[in-house]
Unconditional design. Sequence first.
Length: 398
Amino acid sequence: MAWDARLTLPTPPSHRPEPPRARFQPPGGSRRRSRAGRLPALALCLTAALLTAGLWAGQAAGQEAGAEAARLSLDEAIEIALRQGPDRQAADLALELARLEYEQAKANLLVSPSPVSGREAESAWRNAQLEHEASLASLTLQVAEAYYDLIRSLQQVELSQGNLEQVQRQLEAAQVRHAAGALADLDLKQTRQQLRQAEMQLEADQRALVAAQRALNQLLGRPLDEPVLPAETELLFEPVPVDLETALASALAQRLEILQAQDRVETARITLELAQNPFTPRLDQARAELQLKQAEQALEQARLRVELEVRNAYDALQAAAAQVPLREAAAELAAEQLRITQLRFEAGTITSLDVTEAQQKAFEAQVSVLNALFDYRISLARFLQAAQLDGLAGTVTD
């Protein structure tokens, strides 16, 4: 593998070209619409209204009242993070420091030439470049995960709001029946308790939404409480076909730890070649031979670790994909059970407690589908990252 020890550093932010995708791209989406994965435009508008009306105004000191939340696509979020995010800045600083150390090493070699020292300096500089690239890939994955988590949090708030409204309607019906003497006091109290639980659930989900917003803003280098919304309004799901053997070949050829281990083997080989002469002590030659064997063994272990990681990521992806249809079916059954339970309650054959229990099960089933959908998205992103494969754009659409 040819290395360019003269690889230049990224230009300063004001002149930096469009940032690369650093191997990982947002994982591909689908064309089949998942009921639990929908986020209607109305819900997004409601969330934006809450943002501008001051839901988070108390958490953002000095935030101008009425400012609209920024709407970002996943591509835009990744570009911002790769351009100005704190992790990108830290990676650039580390690379610049490595470049200065490399330049210093080259200057020292002019005074005291040494093939081994020169090789070590070049190796350190190449490793720094590889680590910089890996840092950008890791940042891209983190942004994708935070972006998906923000959408999930928005949808969770929507589900909780719908659950609260349904419990409120159930309480109104229970109060009417209680006033008519057709419902016991205990049943009415239980329905009120269910309403309080639904309110607390909504409050918790709203706090989680704020946390998701802050997490994404932190990666993008924006003020933590600056309002931000995903530009996409609907999530589509469909299993993306992946090939394990292709993934393994890609990972073994491109993963950072393997490239670094290969470089150490080459350095050890050159050191041994230089030591094989009549003027080098036998002990030094023996030491060089052992160091080469150690480097070769470390390379083999690195390959095994990468293979294990890719296989585990593949298994996790397959398991996540299998969960989505199972949980969708369970949600459909829970919704049908709730419908039947409500009819029986209206007929007076069951109590309001039965209805609230069925409502809670239906809500939990919807949340389970939502979590399964996002577990799949995250598993796909992590698999592509582990395999060093480019993903497919278009996971979410307007």
